[in-house]
Design a protein around this ligand. Structure first.
Ligand code: FAD
Length: 341
């Protein structure tokens, strides 16, 4: 049985920074993440420019995730991807974490960093649509270059759909936004931006069919129904932004079930400790007064949760880690970095 000091459930920003900080504090660390990639829900808005992370110049979200992942790997944590944590129970003085593949993971402490749960995009309810997901039907945007000079149709009226329309405007040949309701629900300023810059907005409209090319590999035409009238037009790419279904599947045995707010958020009793000794929370999943549900807040939580875990295992340990310049762990790494400057 391999026993870890800290097992982090969730590989979003909170989990990733927890992994880094846990390594910094000499703890044997594992991350378990359901998705095939790390980064959490930032992967939903990979092309968004992030402006509000301290000390970080405006950065594309995808690059930010790459940096976070690299930092999380500094102390070589064990990483399990495509693995869903289903249940946590306690045996003697360690936790047993059961995952969907039938495996069991053993850990002295757990940091729950599951954010809003597991996000899955709401798929288009048109028969056979899934076969175009390999070509030109998109539920997320990994890079905007592929849309250069393309006719793009975006379905959705919330911030996600409108943000994508704004991003694609300068490079696409045309952007058409369709939405089933009478008004877009996105931020007013973004909607104004769309209207002033030539996006065709079709309200009271929805996609009713997709017509494929001869090889039946990609969508060539779409039919949109607006107020009962059908219009068919050519299109190069279809982007669906109909929101996300959220799956919340993590359970705890009754004797170690942490107190939750609104039946979901872990209630912190201070320093990101839950009501169950040995179980901590970081990021969007944890709540306390004046909580900040932003990337910045996840880092603060991660540090608090790891320090609390360290003290739980060793009450004599330093309450916080040393600053970087005093930390033994960085000496060797610093030399490598300076040598390459
Ligand atoms: C559209 C949008 C735009 C945003 N823009 C900004 C911004 O500009 N600036 C900013 O600071 N913040 C922004 N945020 C907020 C920011 O994304 C979140 O605060 C941050 O992602 C929270 O990180 P987290 O690690 O707590 O949770 P998440 O990012 O939600 O990560 C949780 C991870 O846990 C995994 N997981 C869940 N359950 C399980 C399980 N049972 N087993 C295994 N893995 C599991 C999930 O798959 C996920 O990867 C934005 C959020 C959204 C939705």
């Amino acid at each position: 049985m391999e026993l870890f000091d800290v097992t982090i459930v969730g590989g979003g920003p909170a989990g990733l920074y927890s992994a880094f900080y846990s390594g910094l504090r000499d703890l044997k660390t594992k991350i378990i993440e359901f998705q095939p990639t790390l980064g959490g829900k930032v992967n939903i808005f990979q092309e968004k420019m992030l402006w509000d992370v301290g000390g970080q110049p405006p950065i594309v979200a995808a690059q930010f995730v790459e940096n976070l992942v690299a930092q999380a790997k500094t102390f070589d944590p064990t990483i399990c991807l495509e693995t869903k944590v289903q249940n946590v129970r306690k045996e003697q003085d360690y936790f047993v974490i059961e995952t969907n593949d039938g495996a069991q993971h053993y850990s002295k402490t757990i940091i729950i960093a599951t954010g809003g749960g597991i996000y899955k995009p709401i798929k288009l309810a048109i028969d056979g649509a899934e076969k175009y997901e390999m070509t030109n039907l998109h539920y997320t945007i990994k890079g905007i270059e592929r849309f250069r000079n393309h006719d793009v149709l975006i379905s959705g009226g919330g911030n996600g759909a409108v943000d994508w329309a704004v991003e694609l405007l300068p490079i696409a040949k045309s952007v058409t936004l369709i939405y089933r309701k009478e008004e877009l629900t996105a931020h007013e300023a973004q909607v104004r931006n769309l209207r002033e810059n030539g996006v065709e907005i079709m309200l009271n409209s929805e996609l009713v069919s997709l017509q494929s090319n001869e090889q039946k590999t990609a969508i060539e035409q779409v039919t949109v129904c607006q107020n009962g009238d059908n219009t068919t037009f050519n299109i190069d790419d279809v982007i669906i932004s109909h929101g996300y279904d959220r799956e919340v599947s993590l359970e705890f045995d009754e004797d170690i079930r942490p107190e939750c707010k609104d039946n979901y958020y872990l209630q912190s009793i201070g320093k990101c400790q839950t009501t169950v000794p040995g179980i901590f929370g970081a990021g969007d999943i944890v709540t306390y007064e004046d909580k900040v549900n932003l990337l910045l807040g996840t880092f603060q939580d991660a540090v608090l949760a790891v320090n609390s875990a360290k003290l739980y295992m060793n009450p004599e340990a330093n309450k916080v880690a040393m600053v970087s310049s005093h930390n033994e762990k960085f000496r060797e790494k610093n030399q490598e970095i300076y040598a390459n400057v």
